[in-house]
Structure formats: structure tokens, C-alpha cells
Write a protein of this length. Structure first.
Length: 445
């Protein structure tokens, strides 16, 4: 059987792959396998469920809650809330588990379910595998159908999230500043504008009218063009774009130039180091631009590199006792606030780091040109094990030493080998990629 949980929970087209039946079985399994056993527990386990704005969300929320309640848990439905809100509330309100019904930046037809433990972090692999195994069981041991829990609404979750942002950024004054926000017609549509207005900002907003089907449709962090036009046309100082569930961030300066997670993370890292609040170094994934590493090296900030996925970044931070990490895609994690990417908190932290300067005037790093080609292959694992490809990669890496880098990796979900190079010029990067693509065995048309 294919692995049920991917890098960001269970995900697929709603109603065909992610069905109500699967969501119900996940709810059941989450209680029986995902909640840490406590022999002294006197009350039922307590689960929190939040969702984004997709039209399939209420169906999957209800099915998951039914499975969890049937397995003996009390389930609290918080409704539409950004993913980091779940990571915050599972800790502050003492829940045993949180589930987020969302497919993040995917189109509306997809949906997903991801699970967070009582520490606010995504479940570790071992617990996810235990939950996945229970999903497949026909008659698992447990309270299925005997000691039934309750399903109740949790009121005030949005205000709880806003209150936490108020406390963290109490000293951030945005009065007199005109800022654009793109909420992707997703879970930040209420939280983000209100958080900025409470700091005194004049806010120009798009993507704040979700209808169940328009989430991420031509808006949000994966489609920055609308925000880039808005910032320039409305004369905004800068703009921020979030994704559908609010755990990613992209920024746009006053001229419409976009800054991705690497650039924002570099800015934040330097700010926290200068203010004495950077614990250790910064954790990033293998996809971070070489320019980020060069900037951190110049600043004397240690960098840890992890596989792709914010869960791996968070694991590296926890292992080292560091407090800052992120991904090029815009997951930015500052663990002093929440152990999850939080787009709204990251945007406010960027403004704190700018201290009144314009984003376009603060170049925390110089991005190297990057070329990425996805190569279809018959056998991705076999291709990656090929000695000839390994030799070609080593030679290309040596040729770019100190000036750039190469990265060749197998896709985690498709029969693809991803070939990437970063070099001082795009022409050189493309030439390196072309040479490596030719060395990939088993290519298919």
C-alpha cells in the first residue's frame, strides 16, 4: 500500500481520494493511535478540528469528528482558522490532538487532513504510521461505538489567535503605513486584515471573499501577480500574500518585486541576531538558494540543511534548540511564537525587522539564478542509484564550488528526477542542468 501520509498530511481530490469514509476512519484512528496513552487520564481525550474555506471542508470536518467521537473523544470544532491557529490552540487550551482539514496551496478540488500533537507540532512519523495502520484495520480495538464522545463548536478561536498575535507584536506600531494583503480567499481572510489593523496599518485587501471554490485561484502566495499589481497601483509600501491555510508567506516591495521565503528568512535571521533573540542558527531545506547560505556565512550564522518539508525543519530546530527556520516556499517558523509556519506572524516579524525601512532597500541576500528541470523516468530510485549520474553530479558540484551548487533528487510522489543548478549566471546554470539531464538514465518522453 502507498504511504497514506505525505509530507503534509493525507491529501488528494476530495470525494474521490479523500472521501468522507476515509476521513471518518482517520478520525477513529487518530484517537486510537495518535493520542499519547495516559494511564492517569480520567476524562475523554479532547480533539480540536479546524479547516480552511474549501467547499468540501464541512463534509470532511464532520466525518473526521464523527470517527473521533465514535472512538471516545470529545471533539471541538473551531471552524475556519489558519493552520498555525490550530498549533497555537492545541497547546494553550490543552487539547490532546488537533486536526487541520486543508490542502494548503492546492486548488479547491483537493483537500487534506494533517494532525498536530499536544506540543503544537505535526505528529512524528512513527505515530503517523500507527494511525495509517489503524485506518486499514476493519475492527480495531478501542471504544468504537461504545463510549461515544461529544462534538461541540469551539467559539472564539479566531479571537484567540488574534490575541496571541497582539501579545507577541504589542510593540509593533504600523500607524501611517499602507500595506496590501492577499488572503488567497482562504483561512487568513479574517485574521490577517484584523491583525494589521490592530497595529494601526491602513490595509488594502484582496482574496478575502471565499466562496468555497476560489481558494488559491489566481491569488495567494503561489500567484503573486495580483498582489504585485495591487501594490503598485494602490501605492502601498509593501504587500504580503498568504496561501490557503495561512502557513506560507510571500512579500512584494513597493515596486512590485516579489521576495520568497529565503529572502524573508535571511532578513528575519539578521534581525533576531542583532536583537539578541536568535537561538543558535537557522534551519532550511535543501531547496534554499545558495545566496542564502552565502549571506548567513558572511554574517557568521550557522545553517542546518534538511530534506524538503517544514516538518523536517521543525525537527532540526527541536534537535538543536534553535528558534528559526523555514523553506523557500514561504514556510517561516519562529518557535518562540508557534512551532509551525505562520504567515501572518511572519509578515509582522518582517515589518518588525524592517523597522520602518522599505523592503526594496533591505537586501539581506543576493539570490543566485536557479534552473530546475523535472525529468520523467521509468524508475526514479534506479536512476538515483546510477553510478554515472553520481559521477556527473560530483563533477558539476566541484565546478561550482564556492560559486553555486547542484541538487539532484527523486520526487517523493512522482516518477521524476528533479535536477537543479544555481550559478552566477542563468546561462551557466542552464548549461549545468542540461548536462546533468543528459546523464539521468531511464529517461522517458
Amino acid at each position: 500500500m502507498a504511504r497514506l501520509f505525505g509530507t503534509d498530511g493525507v491529501r488528494g481530490p476530495a470525494g474521490t481520494v479523500l472521501t468522507a469514509e476515509l476521513a471518518l476512519r482517520l478520525g477513529r484512528a487518530a484517537v486510537l493511535g495518535g493520542v499519547a496513552p495516559d494511564p492517569e487520564r480520567l476524562a475523554r481525550p479532547r480533539l480540536l478540528v479546524v479547516r480552511d474555506t474549501r467547499e468540501s471542508g464541512p463534509m470532511l470536518e464532520a466525518a473526521f469528528a464523527a470517527g473521533a467521537a465514535a472512538s471516545g473523544a470529545d471533539v471541538h470544532l473551531a471552524g475556519v482558522l489558519p493552520t498555525p491557529g490550530a498549533a497555537l490552540l492545541v497547546r494553550s487550551l490543552g487539547f490532546d490532538l488537533a486536526a487541520v482539514v486543508s490542502a494548503s496551496h492546492n486548488p479547491f478540488a483537493d483537500n487534506g487532513i494533517k494532525l498536530f500533537g499536544p506540543d503544537g507540532r505535526k505528529l512524528p512519523d512513527a505515530l503517523e504510521e500507527r494511525v495509517a495502520a489503524l485506518v486499514e484495520e476493519e475492527s480495531p480495538d478501542g471504544a468504537w461505538g461504545t463510549d461515544i464522545g461529544q462534538v461541540t463548536p469551539l467559539l472564539g478561536a479566531t479571537e484567540d489567535h488574534l490575541r496571541a498575535l497582539d501579545e507577541r507584536f504589542a510593540d509593533l506600531d504600523l500607524r501611517g503605513r499602507r500595506i496590501a494583503l492577499d488572503c488567497a480567499h482562504g483561512a487568513t481572510a479574517r485574521v490577517a486584515p484584523e491583525a494589521f489593523r490592530r497595529r494601526g496599518a491602513e490595509v488594502v485587501v484582496i482574496g478575502d471573499a471565499p466562496d468555497g471554490r476560489n481558494i488559491n485561484a489566481g491569488v495567494g502566495s503561489t500567484h503573486p501577480e495580483a498582489l504585485q499589481r495591487l501594490v503598485v497601483e494602490q501605492g502601498c509600501e509593501l504587500g504580503f500574500a498568504f496561501d490557503g491555510d495561512g502557513d506560507r508567506l510571500l512579500a512584494v516591495d513597493h515596486e512590485g518585486r516579489a521576495s520568497d521565503g529565503d529572502e524573508l528568512l535571511a532578513l528575519i535571521a539578521l534581525h533576531l541576531r542583532e536583537s539578541g533573540r536568535l537561538a543558535g542558527g537557522v534551519a532550511v531545506t535543501v531547496m534554499s538558494n545558495y545566496g542564502f547560505h552565502a549571506a548567513m556565512d558572511a554574517a557568521g550564522i550557522e545553517v542546518a540543511t534538511t530534506p524538503v518539508g517544514d516538518r523536517h525543519v521543525m525537527a532540526a530546530l527541536a534537535e538543536r534548540g534553535w528558534n528559526l527556520g523555514g523553506e523557500q516556499s514561504g514556510h517561516l517558523i519562529e518557535t518562540g511564537f508557534v512551532p509551525s509556519g505562520d504567515g501572518v506572524a511572519a509578515a509582522l516579524l518582517v515589518l518588525e525587522a524592517l523597522a520602518g525601512d522599505r523592503l526594496g532597500d533591505r537586501r539581506a541576500m543576493e539570490r543566485l539564478p536557479q534552473v530546475l528541470v523535472n525529468v520523467p523516468v521509468a524508475d526514479r530510485d534506479g536512476a538515483m542509484a546510477d553510478a554515472g549520474l553520481a559521477t556527473a553530479v560530483a563533477a558539476a558540484d566541484a565546478a561550482l564550488a564556492g560559486r553555486g551548487r547542484v541538487l539532484v533528487r527523486a520526487s517523493g510522489t512522482e516518477q521524476l528526477v528533479r535536477v537543479m543548478a544555481e550559478a552566477p549566471t542563468e546561462d551557466e546554470a542552464r548549461a549545468v542542468v542540461d548536462g546533468l539531464v543528459a546523464a539521468v538514465p531511464g529517461r522517458v518522453a
